[in-house]
Ligand binder design. Structure first.
Ligand code: GLN
Length: 239
């Protein structure tokens, strides 16, 4: 079996180290004897249409808007998703795969429309700090951790599942006094999240969810070191 991972524009969307998500996916795929190729796509280069997993990270508002303009013009990411590719998009990446988001001047513009999720500018302070969520799918360990650093509020469409529910932090936005804010999005093979970390380093089971969405059921692989790191973060943040 072989897998092609496409890392998009990490020169623009690498501010928070999210490019490390590719390394974790490669490592965990190779541990299952899956052959992996990594394609790096720099700004202005064509986006391949035939990748299996596309990765987008977080960045400042200016590079985010530039990345959106290039991806929109290129069309390759949308085509790949229409053909069934997996996407794992973090923060700026999550916002730009949605339907609407603020540009670098705070003016609402169209996103790529890959998922029904709209980010709106608010005057609330930036959401900065540790983020802990309960994953909406089935995992042995459903508590996931990361850190967030973003502006605004993200509203996912009524038919769309968030990735999880916030236990600590803000995620997609404040949603009433019970603090049960949704976090991210998970629709088909498209994952969006505000969790940096990189998220797939801190959450090996989420990495396997992303991999499995592209290649099907995975053979067991227990990386004790990664599991211990994930457990340590959960323990520290929830005590
Ligand atoms: N520029 C976006 C915001 O501030 C995304 C930030 C990020 O990727 N961390 O909301």
């Amino acid at each position: 079996m072989s897998l092609t991972i496409v890392r998009l524009y990490h020169d623009l969307l690498g501010t928070y180290g999210d490019q490390g998500n590719a390394e974790v996916l490669m490592y965990r795929a190779r541990a299952r004897d899956i052959q992996v190729d990594l394609i790096e796509v720099a700004p202005h280069e064509p986006v391949p249409r035939s990748g299996d997993i596309y990765l987008l990270g977080g960045g400042e508002d200016g590079p985010q808007t530039a990345a959106l303009e290039m991806l929109s013009k290129d069309g390759g990411l949308n085509t790949a998703v229409d053909n069934g590719a997996t996407v794992f998009a973090v923060c700026a990446g999550f916002q730009l795969i949605g339907s609407r988001l603020p540009n670098a001047s705070g003016i609402p513009i169209d996103g790529l429309g890959i998922v029904d999720a709209e980010t709106i500018y608010t005057r609330d302070p930036r959401s900065v700090g540790e983020l802990v969520i309960t994953y909406n799918g089935q995992l042995d360990e459903p508590v996931l951790t990361g850190f967030e650093n973003h502006q605004g509020l993200t509203i996912v469409g009524s038919g769309i599942q968030p990735l999880g529910t916030v236990l600590r932090g803000i995620g997609n936005g404040r949603d009433g006094a019970d603090c049960k804010s949704p976090e991210g999005v998970h629709h088909g093979r498209v994952f969006g999240t505000y969790m940096h970390g990189p998220a797939l380093v801190r959450n090996p089971q989420l990495a396997d969810e992303v991999l499995a969405s592209a290649v099907g059921q995975l053979t067991p692989f227990n990386d004790e070191f990664a599991e211990a790191l994930a457990a340590e973060r959960r323990h520290t943040l929830l005590k």
